[in-house]
Structures are given as C-alpha cells and as structure tokens.
Design a protein around this ligand. Structure first.
Ligand SMILES: Nc1ncnc2c1ncn2[C@@H]1O[C@H](COP(=O)(O)OP(=O)(O)OP(=O)(O)O)[C@@H](O)[C@H]1O
Length: 831
C-alpha cells in the first residue's frame, strides 16, 4: 500500500487514493481482469496509470477519441511519465517502433489502431512487457450505450495474442445491460467488478425554467460571468445546432469570448475550438453534445444545459464534465416549458424503432425538471443508489422550502384532464381551467365543464408546473403518439379523485417548484429580485483580498508555463494545487513538494520559477511566506449565497429581438462591482473578444451608476486616483468654464494628471447627489472605506429623467438609460 502511495505521490502528487482506486490497482497487478464502473471524474484513469509505473511494463490503453488521447499523453508527459499514442494521425514514425520495444510506460491507441496493428507488433511488445490492456469509455462497446463504436466489438480478439495480460474495462455508464454487454463482448475472465458511487458531492444541481428563449439569455450572462471572472471554464450544452450558433453569437455580442463546437463544423475548426478551450484561451464553450466523450478538462466550473437534454443518462454524463478536479462546481439545467409539450425533437429515434427507450428517458428528465424535492436523491435513485437524506447542495435543498396543500388545485387539474377525455395535449385542460373560450374549447363543449374558469387565478405556467409535480408524484401519466405527448390520470390520481371532492379534499402537501413560489410571491408583491442561491468558486476558499490577487497571478504564471511548454494549464497542475500554494506560500522546494497535487517532475522542472514567483508576489502583496495552514478547507457542499440585491432586474424583461446586444456596460459593471476586478483587468480580460480601453470600462461603470446600479465610490475614486484635492480642482475648472456638458475645455483647465475618467466620475457623482469628499470620508465600522453609493438614491435620481440612447463603444453597441446631460458629455468626449 505504502509503495503504491509513494508512486502516486511521486508522479501525481496525490497523497491518498480515492475510493476503489487502490483495490482496482492491486487486482490489476495480480493479473485479474476488471470492470470498473465509477462516476465521471472519480479518478478511473489512475487505475491503469499506476500499474505500469510499478511493474515497469507498458500499459496499453484503448481510447475512443484522438483529442482525449492527446490530452492525456500531454498531461502524463508533464508528470515525467513516458506516454505516447498511436493513431493514423501520429506523424512521429518512431513511436510505433519505440512502442513495440516497450519504451513507453503508457501507450494510447484508438480501437481501430488496436485491431489493425500487426501480430508481430503485439508479440514484440508482449516480449518487452505489457502489464495491462485498458479499454477506456468501455460503454462504446455496447449498442445500449450512448456512444456505440463498432470497432470496440473486435477488441476481444486481442486475448488470442495477449493471453495472460489483464484486461481492464472502464466506464461511467451504469445500466446493467451495458455492464453485461461489456463483460461479454470483451470476454472478460471472471472479472473483478467494481461499482463506485455516482454521487458527485462537489456538484451543485439546479434547474431554471422559462417560456422563452430570450428571457434565459440574461440569466445565462449572469451565470457565465460568475465563473469566467475567476478564470473558471463553462460549457453550455444546447439541444440544436441553431441554438448553439445563436447563443454563441449572443455571447460574443455581449463581449464574452466563447468557443463553439458542433457536428456540422469541419474537423479542423472543431479541433481548434477544443484546443483553445482546454488551454484556457477561451473560457466558455457553446456546444451540442458532439462536444462529448473525452472532455477531460478537470477545472470546468459550470455546465449549463440550455434546453432539456434528450435523455437523463446523457444529462448525468454531460453535467458530470464539470468539477472533475473535485472542487465545487455547478450544473444548471435551463428548460423551456414547451419542451415537455412537444415530443418530436426527443422522439427522433421513433423512426428507428427505439421510441419507447427515448421517451422513457426523456420523461425521467422531465420529472427531474419538475421536481420540488432533492435533485441529487432523485438522480442517485434513478441510478439505483439509496440516498439517505436531502443533500443540501441542490437548488431545491438550498432555497427556503415551501410546501403547500395543493389538493384543491390538483383536484381541478386531474378532474379536468379526465373530463377532457385524455385526447389532448396538456394545454387543453389548462386553457379550460383558465376559462378560455377559444374555438377548440367551444367545439368540444369544454366551456360547459364545471371547472371551466375555476383556475384563472394562476398562470398557465403555474398549472404546467403543478402538472410536473403530479407527474413526479405518480398521479399523472404520459404517453406519446405521433410525437404528441398525451397526459392522463394514473391509478393513484384516480384514487385521489375518488376520495376527494372540491368541497372537502384530503390535504395533498407538495413541495412547490421555484417558479410556483416566485409566481405566488409576485402576486403578493413579495418577490425577491435576483435572490437565488449560488456561489462563485473563489468565495469558497476564504481568500483575503491579497490572496485572491496572488491566486490570479499564479494562474497567469501557470498559463505562461503551459504556453512555453505547448500544453494545457491543467497539465501543469490543477486549480486545487494552485489554491493550496496560494494559501501556504512555500519558500523552499521541500515545502512546495509537500503540497498535495505537486509531483516530483513539477518541482524539478518548474520549482525554481514558481518559488521565485511566490516570493516576489508575496512581498508585493505583503503576505507572509510559509503560512502555517496545513490543510486548506475547501467547502464542497454548501454553496455560499451571493447577493445580487444591487442588480437591477426588471420584473418583466423586454427583449424586442433576441439579437439585440444587451447590457455590455452592465457586464463590465458587474465584473467591477460584484467580482472586484480592476478597470485594467476588465479592459484586458481574456474572455473578451477584443480588448477595450480602461477609460471605456470606467465609462461603462459610470453609466451603470447613472442607470441606478450601486457603485462602491470609495474604491472607484481610489482606483482612478480621484482625491478630494483633485475633485476640488475639477470643481474650480468647471466653474471657470461655466459649462459641464463638454469635457475638453474642462480638461484643458486642469493639470495633466487629471484624467477624463476623473472628470466624468466627478460629474456623475455630482449628478447623483454625491460629493467626492463625502464619499472618501465615509468609513465602515472596521475602519475600512466602504461604499457610499446609494442605490435608492441613484435610482430615484435617474427615474426622474431617463432617456434611452444607443451608442457605439469600442467593440459593440451599448444600450442603457442615462440622463440627458451625461449623454451629451459622453457622446462628445473623445479622450
Ligand atoms: N487520488 C487522487 N487524488 C486527487 N486527485 C485525483 C486522484 N485521482 C484522480 N484525481 C483527479 O481527478 C480528476 C478526474 O480523474 P480521471 O480523469 O481519472 O476521472 P475518470 O473517472 O477517468 O473520469 P471520466 O469518466 O470522465 O473519464 C483528475 O483531475 C485527476 O487528476
């Protein structure tokens, strides 16, 4: 055991094994065939990476994707492990020759390559020494799996040559059918079967619903920014290529640099997109599920599904691509209520005779969306795992619970579905309840039903959400015919109807969904705007301001090293390691090597540079070296609330056309105000399509202030160097010029060091009824300067005379509400 750990520490920097890793490694070393079924990101690779380092024989790994193999080879080489790959695209001819002589510790190959290599290659390699043949993503072997590859079916033939070599099949796919298929097809011999938990405790699961595409876009920006400002990566999965393209364009229009990946792109463009994502050159990827198997990037902080995925299995796989390094990460599923009323998209397989399977899985996804209880429990139960209590790390567990007796409404809905005869989609009974007198309702005489109009107090979305709850609770059933989903009342629902009547129902306590709660809160004017629970990754490490800076600088250093080495940043070392280095700030090689995740190769190759960087930056930031922190506590399961109370979010957002670029300035404001980035950092932010001037960012934040957003003025003045003395000089210059609508004459009255930004800030603050002196003299109870911006005050001021303008700002159109005087000033000024 100790020896295994030493090897793991030496090459990978891991000081302990994750569950099941040690057991599998030991079995493989004993020569036993193994089937390893463990969740995405649980560390299956180590099971085949350690044995060759111990036995000094080659491990052959069959992997379905070239990009995946290249990634892994790159990462292993950075750890000082001799790794290579063989495929038809391998340009280095010596690889094959070296491989058969047993030169490599780990040799990756595609299934096609494995089946086409000559017998002599295998016998030579066998003679040199093979310790295992691993079949990664082994579910590709099964037609029941989601990525069937027919070449996988030939792999068992290799047993004939490699008779005593243990075969290790690895997959994250759970269904028993797939598991059996793998064992049979690969002809595994009395395999050791290891099935790990599917609980990814570091992942937060959440669902958001809407009726319309456009209303999700603003939400998307908020979510994407939360992670990208801290250099975290986000994948946005779309259900169609059209959505992928539209969202990609939308993000770019708002100044967020995003990659795109879908099946209709050429392979070169796809490779380039993938490459720049894994190298952190772009932090956001908008993709269809074509961006799938083999996304090995460990530091993806957020996966957003824009539209309900077509099966629950694929949802688990795709969302599981975030947080593979174990750090807290988030999985949002945005779904359109309409998704559940049309089955056509999801039932494409109907033509291939696989309709039932597709629909069943889609229905599970639907239930997941409609759920009012713990999402993780639902997920685990679906995969056959018992879950004890609510997880505390999903939206339903973290928002205040609202259970209500919904017996009356359920009675109305179920009886209406029954009386409509089950021959309609879901809209018909809802329209009846809401009192519609549409032609189709009159023709069917549904306007004569006793419940016609009795449900008009709730919106049709509210009723759809209730329908989802009743489905999840087994009181309704769905069926699909000709690609239309029909809803009917289940036996449990009938039982409920029989034991109740409208006057005296039995209580039916149901956990309401977020949208139901929100709708009811709006009705009673209690809605808390933008107050959903979420977190940014950096919030969780209890970094001080200086440590946050150090962390970001170390990320830059890692980026530089990775560029110099032509590899990905995470191949150099993981985010978790950078967090620990930030906290501990080691001064010697030995202390650096002691940090979990730092391997010997890293210390030997980059140690000197890293130590110098830590020492220099720590001095600059006034941080002590060799902090006594020995364990860095990283919360993995309780996301911290991030307040958005200052984010002005209209009750009903209006987007006249989805393409309209929105709130570029608000994005900048949020990066500055909420995430604490400096103007310079925002201007040069790597996620931006085109760098912009710092002055432009300053203007954006000022515009946001004029639009009613809160601004930390003390910080603002300090950052641009606006002191009380300079403010008084600006005041004098304005009096002298006698006008405040043109900046140039004012600037000419002032010394060189007074910038346009300072003048604009002065004018804006004046307009908002704030003086620089007042702002700078305000201090908080702990002696620190604090915000003197008053949102209410700002808001009142702006509301008195807003005027809509649009103007070009460097890289795109910015649209906002600004007061007339400032509009003129900003339009004319050209610094
Ligand atoms: N013992 C360990 N200690 C710390 N980190 C580990 C350990 N084992 C693996 N990891 C890290 O966990 C992450 C995921 O590991 P890995 O890629 O092997 O997952 P996987 O189970 O193969 O996932 P997938 O099914 O998606 O291929 C990697 O970043 C890896 O470095």
């Amino acid at each position: 055991m100790l020896f295994l750990l030493l090897i793991s520490q030496k090459y990978f920097g891991y000081s302990h094994f994750r569950p099941y890793q040690k057991e599998v490694i030991e079995k493989v070393l004993q020569g036993r065939d193994c089937l390893v079924v463990m969740a995405t990101g649980s560390g299956k690779s180590l099971c085949y990476q350690i044995p060759p380092l111990i036995s000094k024989k080659t491990a052959v790994v069959v992997s379905p994707l070239l990009s995946l193999m290249q990634d892994q080879v790159m990462s292993l080489q950075q750890r000082g492990i001799k790794a290579e790959y063989l495929s038809s695209t391998q340009s280095n001819k010596s690889v094959s020759c070296n491989a058969e002589k047993g030169f490599y510790d780990i040799l990756y190959m595609t299934p096609e390559k494995a089946c086409s290599l000559s017998e002599s290659f295998w016998t030579n390699l066998l003679e040199a020494g093979i310790c295992l043949l691993a079949v990664d993503e082994a579910h590709c072997i099964s037609e029941w799996g989601h990525d069937f590859r027919k070449e996988y079916k030939q792999l068992h033939l290799l047993h004939d040559i490699l008779s005593n070599v243990p075969f290790v099949a690895l997959t994250a796919t759970v269904t028993e059918k797939v598991r059996n298929d793998i064992v049979c097809s690969l002809k595994l011999r009395e395999p050791q079967i290891t099935i790990g938990s599917f609980d990814r405790t570091n992942l937060f699961y959440g669902v958001k619903s809407s009726n319309r595409f456009v209303s999700f876009l603003d939400e998307l920006i908020t979510d994407v920014l939360k992670y990208t400002v801290n250099a975290g990566s986000t994948i946005i999965y779309c259900t169609t290529i059209k959505d992928t393209e539209q969202i990609h364009e939308f993000l770019r229009n708002t100044g967020i640099e995003a990659g795109i990946y879908h099946g209709q792109m050429g392979s070169k463009a796809r490779e380039e997109s993938h490459r720049s994502f894994i190298r952190d050159e772009t932090h956001v990827m908008v993709a269809t599920i074509a961006f799938g198997v083999g996304i090995d990037k460990p530091d993806v902080r957020c996966v957003i599904h824009f539209g309900c995925p077509k099966s629950f299995e694929s949802y688990y796989q795709e969302s599981g691509r975030c947080g593979r390094d174990g750090l807290p990460s988030i999985c949002w599923l945005y779904f359109f209520r309409g998704d559940f009323l049309r089955a056509d998209f999801y039932c494409l397989e109907a033509q291939c005779g696989n309709q039932r399977k597709a629909v069943e899985s889609f229905m599970v996804a639907q239930k997941y969306c409609a759920l009012g209880t713990c999402r993780r429990n639902f997920l685990l139960e679906y995969f056959g795992e018992k879950s004890a209590s609510a997880c505390g790390n999903c939206d339903n567990c973290t928002r205040p619970k609202r259970e209500r007796d919904l017996s009356r409404e359920s009675f109305l809905l179920l009886s209406c579905i029954k009386l409509c005869g089950g021959n309609f989609g879901f809209n018909m009974p809802i329209d009846v309840l809401r009192g519609s007198r549409a032609k189709k309702i009159k023709i069917n005489k549904f306007d004569k039903l006793p419940m016609h109009g009795l449900g008009k107090d709730n919106s049709s979305n509210w009723w759809k959400a209730l329908g989802g709850l009743l489905l999840a609770n087994g009181m309704m059933l769905t069926d699909v015919l000709y690609c239309i989903i029909f809803f009917s009342v289940s036996p449990d629902g009938v039982q409920f109807l029989c034991t109740s009547n409208t006057a005296q129902q039995k209580p039916l306590m149901l956990a309401m969904t977020t949208e139901m709660i929100e709708e009811e809160a709006v009705d009673s004017s209690q809605r808390q705007i933008g107050n959903h629970q979420t977190f940014t990754s950096l919030d969780l490490y209890s970094f001080t301001e200086a440590e946050t800076k150090l962390y970001n600088m170390l990320l830059d250093t890692r980026m530089q090293i990775s560029k110099d080495n032509g590899t990905t940043p995470y191949a150099i070392c993981g985010d978790q390691t950078i967090i620990k280095i930030t906290k501990i700030r080691p001064s010697t090689r030995a202390r650096l090597a002691n940090i979990d995740g730092v391997n010997q190769h890293f210390v030997a190759t980059h140690g000197t540079m890293i130590l110098e960087t830590i020492s220099r930056l720590s001095q600059e930031l006034n941080l002590q070296l060799n902090s006594v922190v020995t364990t860095v506590h990283i919360q993995s399961s309780s996301p911290k609330e991030l307040q958005h109370s200052s984010w002005i979010k209209p009750k009903k957002k209006k987007h006249s056309s989805w393409k309209k670029p929105i709130k570029v300035n608000i994005v900048a404001w949020r990066m500055w105000q909420t995430y604490g980035l400096s103007f310079g950092e925002i201007a040069n932010w790597p996620g931006r399509a085109v760098p912009i001037k710092e002055q432009t960012v300053i203007s954006y934040v000022l515009e946001a202030a004029q639009g009613g957003c809160e601004v930390k003025w003390v910080r603002f003045c300090k950052e641009i160097g606006l002191s009380v003395d300079i403010a008084s000089q600006i005041g004098t210059a304005i009096s002298k010029v006698g006008a405040r609508d043109r900046l140039k004459p004012i600037k000419e009255e002032l010394p060189e060091n007074v910038s346009y930004g300072m003048i604009k800030a002065f004018l804006t603050m004046e307009e908002l009824g704030l003086s620089v002196k007042q702002a700078l003299s305000a201090t908080s109870s702990d002696g620190q300067p604090e915000s003197t911006g008053n949102m209410d005050q700002n808001h009142r001021h702006v509301e008195s005379r807003p005027k809509k303008i649009q103007k070009v700002h460097g890289h795109g159109l910015a649209s906002t509400n600004v007061p007339e005087a400032t509009e003129d000033a900003m339009m004319r000024e050209k610094p």
